[in-house]
Ligand binder design. Structure first.
Ligand code: TK8
Length: 334
């Protein structure tokens, strides 16, 4: 009996002197804002990322997502990250070119030819180089998530050739490269934050906007548009950005878990997008919109006409950055 008691005490002491589980992790509430809605594949990505964080941190690292621009638009949220008042945002790169001009490289028309090509560039050295520029601006990019190939929607007429853009009031992101791309095609392009797009389309303040099918679907733009053209004119990435001042205050284990789980979330999000893209297109058609696909010849014409945009913006983006991505793409395409 005495022996048993001693043994039990020893076990109890042994246990209490061991480190408590997940000691390297603190209770963290990580606010992640988005302009898109929860049924966008970013929602699936956030769920997968949370499951991964639960496992790694014993439930201590918690993501709280805010949808539909509830914490402000892409640019506003990004500035809140830089000043350390918000933890994270899933944002398009395009509205951030005023902060990091090199990001404009992703806005060049017809840069990527396939999602696979984009993944190779973003998840490799080139993506790392852009991440260094983001860090210098107070932003830690945990991973490149997917926004996707952009297509045009409008309420006035079918667009099947570049002349059809003439005079069309097209909302573009707050980004000079997009502005020039559409102006160069004859459109009357207007920069506008994403959160204002639905009502501007509804009230006919603008005729058109451009976004991937999943966004035309989940942000309900199809309800206030009549025509869609599959233009695939740009693939713009989402960045999963973390506030650098806040990230730097986290333990190395917390930082590693966030980086690893953002990649788990990214893979899930990309997978769901590929699938939802087709379903969203079906939904848009079922809602009665006329969908046109640009012919290969017409795409080639528009691409040729858009070359001036590369020349015009090369210096502002950084000639080294533009040359580096073009060289990388050439290497991949071999
Ligand atoms: C959502 C935006 C959106 C983007 C745009 O916040 O602004 O058109 O494509 O996805 O980041």
């Amino acid at each position: 009996m005495r022996k048993l008691l001693l043994a039990t005490t020893a076990i109890a002491l042994g246990l209490s002197s061991a480190a408590p589980a997940f000691a390297e992790f603190n209770e963290r509430n990580i606010r992640v804002s988005n302009g898109i809605n929860e049924d966008h594949p970013v929602g699936n990505g956030i769920k997968a990322m949370q499951a991964c964080l639960d496992e790694k941190s014993g439930g201590k690292l918690k993501l709280t997502a805010f949808w539909g621009g509830a914490l402000g638009g892409d640019l506003q949220a990004t500035q809140a990250l830089r000043s350390g008042v918000q933890e994270a945002v899933v944002t398009s790169s395009s509205p951030l070119v005023g902060i990091i001009p090199a990001l404009g490289v992703f806005d060049l028309p017809f840069l990527f030819a396939s999602a696979q090509e984009a993944y190779t560039v973003l998840d490799g050295d080139f993506g790392d180089m852009m991440n260094e520029k983001l860090e210098a601006a107070g932003l830690v990019n945990l991973a490149y998530w997917e926004n996707g190939f952009r297509n045009l929607s409008n309420s006035v007429r079918p667009v099947t050739k570049w002349e059809d853009f003439e005079g069309m009031k097209v909302r573009v992101m707050q980004n000079n490269i997009f502005l020039d791309t559409f102006q160069n095609l004859g459109a009357n392009a207007t920069p506008m934050a994403f959160g204002e797009v639905f009502s501007a389309l509804e009230t006919k303040a603008i005729d058109a906007q451009e976004n991937p099918y999943v966004t035309i679907d989940t942000s309900k733009f199809f309800e206030v548009q009549k025509y869609v053209t599959e233009t695939n004119h740009a693939y713009t990435p989402f960045l999963f950005l973390f506030s650098k001042p806040i990230f730097d205050s986290y333990t190395p284990e917390e930082q590693a878990a966030l980086r690893e789980c953002a990649i788990v979330g990214r893979d899930e999000e990309r997978k769901v997008i590929q699938d939802l893209n087709k379903k969203s297109l079906e939904k848009i058609k079922e809602a009665g919109l006329e969908v046109n696909v640009l012919s290969a010849e017409e795409q080639a014409r528009i691409r040729e006409k858009s070359k001036v945009v590369y020349e015009k913006h090369k210096a502002a983006i950084g000639a080294d950055v533009v040359d580096a991505i073009l060289a990388k793409l050439e290497e991949i395409r071999k």
